[in-house]
Design a protein around this ligand. Structure first.
Ligand code: ADP
Ligand code: MG
Length: 292
């Protein structure tokens, strides 16, 4: 008699679903970044750490002495509030920049961190996704606007919304490189192929120098085998394009935004603060000034 089927024990290894990634997924290493640099932080999945990375990488780069501008391109406005700016006090927002050709410098707000600035988002940005449809050069609105301040900042970090719509296309078209946060959880890689295809489309049609610069592993929970498996899988596919720094899942990181503070201010010696400082060093390591 054969053994009856038994359910797999809970600790059985979990298969991490492998995405259908384009062959160029495994890309050669890139040289150090050239400044000024515009980085789009993109992933059409919500809740993977885009905003947390925009705010905290931005703050950590500013702490290193770089002048940093965070562009909040998500109608949710979480980067805005996370940097201590109340939507009520916003005079000019990224909506005005993209839809009404208001100069960027009229919309930049300082933050509590020296060298760190933000172009806030308000909820009216939600309308831009539709209002942009009939606009002239609709994909290049942000690129043109930011062009006027290139040179004023070493790093511009664009916090993209969780979609592949026109706002994200504007973010990708305005950027020199894409950073993709990936949450170390099940289905982490799902949708990544689509994102990479979109990056390629933007490169072909709008922005030939756009680079896929790096993947940031976020919300790593060292207590789970799954997190390690996701990390291994991502490094296998993307090799040197994955930052060595892994951002741990910590309660302090998730608490900081409600105080309007980046983690390096909220809890300067916490594991999250240390990780984002490491990431800032890695992103800016060997940075040189663009010629011309
Ligand atoms: P996205 O911008 O991709 O939608 P967020 O950065 O807003 O994602 O993160 C989603 C949620 O997860 C937020 O509540 C945020 O505070 C929380 N979070 C992000 N990174 C971490 C982390 N490393 N540890 C714990 N919570 C995190
Ligand atoms: Mg976000």
């Amino acid at each position: 008699m054969t053994e009856p089927d038994v359910e797999a024990p809970a600790e059985a290894p979990v298969e991490v679903p492998a995405p259908a990634l384009p062959p160029e997924a495994m890309m050669p290493p890139l040289p150090p970044i050239e400044l000024p640099s515009v980085l789009a932080i993109a992933n059409q999945k919500g809740g993977v750490g885009k905003t947390t990375t925009a705010v905290n990488l931005g703050a950590a780069l500013a702490e290193l002495g770089f002048r940093v501008l965070v562009v909040d391109l998500d109608p949710q406005g979480n980067a805005t509030t996370g940097l201590g700016i109340s939507h009520r006090n916003v005079e000019g927002s990224v909506y005005d920049v993209v839809m009404n050709d208001v100069p960027v410098e009229d919309c930049v707000e300082p933050t509590s961190v020296r060298n760190l600035f933000v172009i806030p988002a308000t909820i009216d940005l939600a309308g831009a996704e539709i209002e942009l449809v009939p606009a002239m050069s609709r994909e290049l609105k942000l690129r043109r606007a930011l062009g006027a301040v290139s040179g004023d900042y070493d790093f511009v970090l664009i916090d993209c919304p969780p979609s592949l719509g026109l706002l994200t296309v504007n973010g990708l078209a305005a950027a020199d490189a894409v950073l993709v946060p990936i949450q170390c959880e099940y289905y982490a890689l799902e949708g990544l192929g689509q994102l990479l295809r979109n990056v390629k489309l933007v490169r072909t049609n709008l922005n030939p120098t756009l680079e896929m610069r790096g993947i940031v592993l976020t919300m790593f929970d060292a207590r789970t085998k799954l997190a390690e498996q996701v990390e291994r899988e991502v490094r296998l596919h993307f090799g040197s394009r994955v930052y060595r720094t892994v951002v741990p899942r910590t309660v302090r990181i998730s608490e900081a935004p409600s105080f309007g503070q980046p983690i390096i201010v909220f809890d300067s010696s916490s594991r999250g603060a240390i990780a984002y400082r490491e990431l800032a060093k890695e992103v800016s390591r060997g940075a040189s000034r663009r010629a011309g």
